[in-house]
Design a protein around this ligand. Sequence first.
Ligand SMILES: Nc1ncnc2c1ncn2[C@@H]1O[C@H](COP(=O)(O)OP(=O)(O)OP(=O)(O)O)[C@@H](O)[C@H]1O
Ligand SMILES: [Mg+2]
Length: 274
Amino acid sequence: MDLKQSNKILKQFAEIVKKQQAVRPISPKEKLKVGIDLGTSSIVLAVLDHDDVPLYGAFQYADVVRDGIVVNYIDSVKIVKKLKLQAEEKLGIELTSACGAIPPGTGETAQKVVANVINDAGFLAHTIIDEPTAAARFLKLEEGSVVDIGGGTTGISNFKNGKEIAVFDEPTGGYHMSLVLSGAKKIPLAEAEILKRETSDEREIFGIIRPVAEKMASIAKQYVVLNEAAPILLVGGATNFEDFVPTFSKVMDHPVLRPEYPQFVTPLGIAMFD
Ligand SMILES: Nc1ncnc2c1ncn2[C@@H]1O[C@H](COP(=O)(O)OP(=O)(O)OP(=O)(O)O)[C@@H](O)[C@H]1O
Ligand SMILES: [Mg+2]
């Protein structure tokens, strides 16, 4: 694992997503790798070249997946199709295949649904992996655990000698933080969601949702197989608070690391499997 290098790639990817431009001209003969992350909070598309260098990326906030399960099939396909067309326009090349992912332990049916969404959007979905495995691949994690806290789910996977030894999934995530904030501030959920992401006073906001983060950590503690020699890697958009890492680490009683732009770790890892 090389967190510095991972952070460099994540930063590049975040810039690409912001600019909405391909990083370089693409030859029509190039075989590109595509990852589609159907998340509770957003759908992310990541395009890499043959050497896993990010070329393009985009996302759309969407409410089409709940607890890792596609609940709005038609809109999921529409959004993936739109992201695909936009990407093809920017890259000047047709994207043919893509890899997708599901939270660990959601089963074969969920896997088939994700594959169908990707296929109906015009890709050939040849691999559907589990999300923390994708995150671990991006981070080149051989030993230790990845905890992926997204909008609606927390996925945990433990690795030994580069092999996944156990995975778990809990239906808790950033959505539950927004719910608590909405109640505490007496504001609608949608407003709380935006306040949480764009606050100018992160300390105050995290103060309100700290108990949720602590609860998440105590859930994770049940499933993480602690490895004395390896840190716990935290990823997923919900971990985007400065105090999240020390809070998590204290409950886990173990060192915790979080890469930059943690919401892009899993999508980039998914693309690496294409
Ligand atoms: N800057 C931020 N500060 C706090 N929370 C954030 C920030 N950016 C995103 N989030 C939260 O991260 C969550 C989304 O994370 P992510 O994109 O990893 O989820 P997802 O993959 O869509 O969902 P899941 O993996 O649960 O299906 C949302 O709850 C969102 O509010
Ligand atoms: Mg996710």
